[in-house]
Design a protein around this ligand. Structure first.
Ligand code: ZN
Length: 213
């Protein structure tokens, strides 16, 4: 029988994540079904876990890399953060691998220097730094947007397809879905209403696949 672990990644519940290694070993145990509560998303690429393989595709990233040595002495400035709950963020395995142990500023208080580095997920808003084109590609709004795009490969084909689909769903929701609902209500029982009903069911299916709550 599978055991169930519920784990939390938002700042309010950070105190529950008392030991990162213990928690990661639970997540890695295939006999345990992991249920993640909010926010479900990678703090770097914003992918919802259900669109990239479920909770098992996610990892705990040490935002400030505890094992990275800086300077000639290779001093580990962040070693004390290895089990610090507020230093743990929810990242997809791909972003976590590309981020690796990079901390370009080498300053514990500076996630980025407005050229290189990471956005503090608890203090900064991604949309201030990155914009989405209609084709799903990300472009820099302001630095360090380009560093993020380049280092984390945020224009990976899968991510671009997902963002493009989100754009299409949002456009349909705004422009076409109200019209279909009108037809369904005003022409109940007609052939048009039946067609509208089918289109709405299809739309709901697509939306639930690409935009899980
Ligand atoms: Zn990611």
């Amino acid at each position: 029988m599978k055991r169930t672990v519920i784990y939390f990644f938002d700042e309010q519940d950070a105190s529950r994540r008392s030991n990162a290694r213990e928690l990661q070993s639970l997540i890695d145990d295939p006999s345990i079904h992991v249920e993640a509560l909010e926010p479900y998303r990678c703090v770097y690429c914003d992918s919802h876990q259900d669109t990239i393989g479920g909770p098992e595709a996610m990892q705990l990233d040490h935002f400030r890399p505890w094992n990275k040595g800086f300077g000639r002495e290779k001093t580990r400035h962040f070693a004390h953060l290895v089990d610090e709950p507020t230093n743990l963020v929810h990242a997809c395995g791909v972003c976590n691998r590309f981020k690796a142990a990079r901390w370009p500023t080498e300053d514990i208080d500076l996630p980025h220097d407005h050229e290189k580095g990471w956005l503090d997920p608890f203090a900064e808003i991604r949309s201030d730094f990155l914009f989405v084109n209609a084709n799903g590609s990300l472009v820099e709004g302001k630095p360090p947007g380009n560093y993020l795009i380049k280092t984390l490969r945020l224009n990976r084909p899968l991510l671009m397809r997902q963002r493009e689909l989100l754009n299409i769903v949002a456009t349909l929701e705004q422009e076409q879905i109200p019209r279909l609902r009108n037809i369904l209500q005003s022409a109940t029982g007609s052939e048009h209403a039946q067609t509208a009903q089918v289109a709405l069911v299809l739309f709901d299916t697509i939306r639930s696949q690409c935009c899980p709550d």
